[in-house]
Design a protein around this ligand. Structure first.
Ligand code: PA5
Length: 446
């Protein structure tokens, strides 16, 4: 069992009858997912993905990853949102946040097109000097501005480096199966393509080629990852609130929200979780934040953030609850050394592992925070393997779908993301947006 929910720190915040009262809502949400009867039911491909994926493409992903590993020093993954976060989260979780600096026989992996920063782009162009580079461009729509701009820039870099014929060998494209500008570009240039399935929204796509190609390039076993996801699918399929931790997590989130806890903080104690936190925030933020509803998903990595946000959590406005993701085996053992002079007075820790010290910080913090009025749930994760990653991803995806239906929203659309894009296009002078441009400029200059 890769993930287990421990609810002992909800004592005093949520009572048994409240969880039982969620039974009908959970049964309804569960049925909407598994019988595909809810809003957004065209986007439920992720539910069966771990057992029903394109095996031929899966093999091609492994072959392409091997080719990329042997033909470049750097892979630049170009994408944003759901076309970016999952792969980065997996690489940092399974390998390291320092992945690029580790001794390894796989390429460095950088991410571009996830911002419009001139500085970040210029620095990455400099990093690529004198290195062999491949690109994996990922965009379901093929029209998203940030990755499209980055693709132009890094494509130009490749052509300058290797000449125009290099594109077919150095650019791997993950996009819609049939349509869109990226697909047409790939067909015209002869690039290898991978598919973002029609029935998987961006934030539910990490276990498709979107995530799997960069993850495989990093030398992470995508077989193990799919196996973990498949095990989670089996574990969390039963409609049994008492024994299904995924359903319980969704139910507790909704109970706490109904009690005025409007912000959920995902708490972890390992820096390898930083990007996983970002993936989780997108998953829940885009799935639930609509119709003027939804928990605000926030995250911290302790103990680092105990020295920044710890004060607020302890004594600030009481609108938060914590979901602590605790990794049982982090895969590393480092001990506190002895210091004869004992200048810092820490010799009582001599020989203790950092894991032990970290776990005491965790226990101390959770008790302090619950004493301070912050309910906490603990998700205990076994370790940091590809299997665990797949398991955890599926757990959160399923919990998010269930929780979103319990909230009464469509967890699989993201209409709000368009608002800034329309304004940006208008302000940038995109043809067809003339009226909006004049109106926005008048507001800006008023
Ligand atoms: O979850 C989503 O659907 C979004 O975050 C998208 O992944 C993101 O906007 C990028 O879209 P696209 O893959 O079409 O470039």
């Amino acid at each position: 069992m890769a993930i287990k929910l421990n609810d002992k720190f909800l004592n005093g915040f949520v009572s048994d009858h409240e969880i039982h009262a969620m039974d009908d809502a959970v049964i309804g949400a569960h049925s909407k997912i598994w019988n595909k009867t809810g809003l957004g039911n065209d986007y439920l491909g992720w539910v069966d993905l771990p057992v029903n994926y394109d095996k031929e493409e899966f093999l091609r992903i492994k072959e392409a990853a091997e080719k990329i590993r042997t033909s470049c020093d750097i892979l630049i993954v170009i994408g944003i949102g759901g076309s970016y976060l999952g792969a980065r989260a997996a690489i940092e979780f399974c390998k390291s946040p320092y992945y690029n600096n580790l001794k390894k026989d796989t390429p460095d992996i950088y991410f571009a097109g996830c911002n419009i920063s001139a500085q970040a782009t210029k620095e990455l162009l400099e990093i690529c000097e004198g290195k062999d580079v491949c690109l994996n461009v990922i965009s379901k729509s093929g029209t998203t501005t940030e990755p499209a701009i980055a693709f132009r820039i890094f494509r130009e870099m490749l052509i300058k480096k290797y000449g125009p014929d290099c594109i077919k060998d150095r650019v791997y494209i993950t996009t819609d199966r049939q349509k869109g500008t990226l697909k047409s570009f790939a067909d015209e240039m002869g690039c290898q393509t991978f598919v973002v399935p029609d029935d998987c929204g961006g934030r539910y796509s990490v276990l498709t080629a979107v995530g799997l190609l960069p993850i495989a390039v990093a030398g992470i076993s995508i077989d193990d990852m799919m196996e973990g996801a498949a095990a989670a699918r089996e574990a969390f399929a039963p409609c049994d609130l008492e024994n299904n931790d995924c359903l319980k997590y969704a139910a507790y989130r909704n109970i706490l929200r109904n009690k005025g806890k409007k912000t959920e903080i995902l708490v972890d104690y390992e820096p390898c979780m930083t990007m996983m936190n970002e993936w989780w925030k997108q998953l829940f933020g885009e799935s639930e934040g609509k119709d003027n509803k939804g928990l605000f998903p926030a995250s911290v990595v302790f103990t680092t953030d105990l020295h920044s946000l710890g004060q607020y959590i302890q004594e600030g406005e009481r609108l938060i609850f914590e979901t602590i993701l605790s990794i049982k085996d982090t895969g590393a053992v480092v001990e506190v050394p002895h210091d004869e002079a004992n200048v810092d007075g820490l010799n009582f820790l001599t020989g203790k592992s950092l894991e032990f010290v970290n776990s005491m910080a965790y226990k101390g913090a959770v008790i302090a925070h619950t004493d301070g009025g912050v309910p906490a749930m603990i998700l205990e994760l076994d370790s940091r393997t590809a299997y665990d990653f797949g398991y955890m991803v599926y757990f959160f995806e399923m919990a998010c779908g269930i929780s979103g239906y319990m909230l009464g929203v469509n967890p699989f659309n993201q209409p709000g993301v368009e608002a800034y894009k329309k304004n940006m296009f208008a302000l940038l002078g995109k043809p067809g947006y003339e009226e909006q441009k004049a109106e926005l400029e008048a507001r800006i200059n008023a």
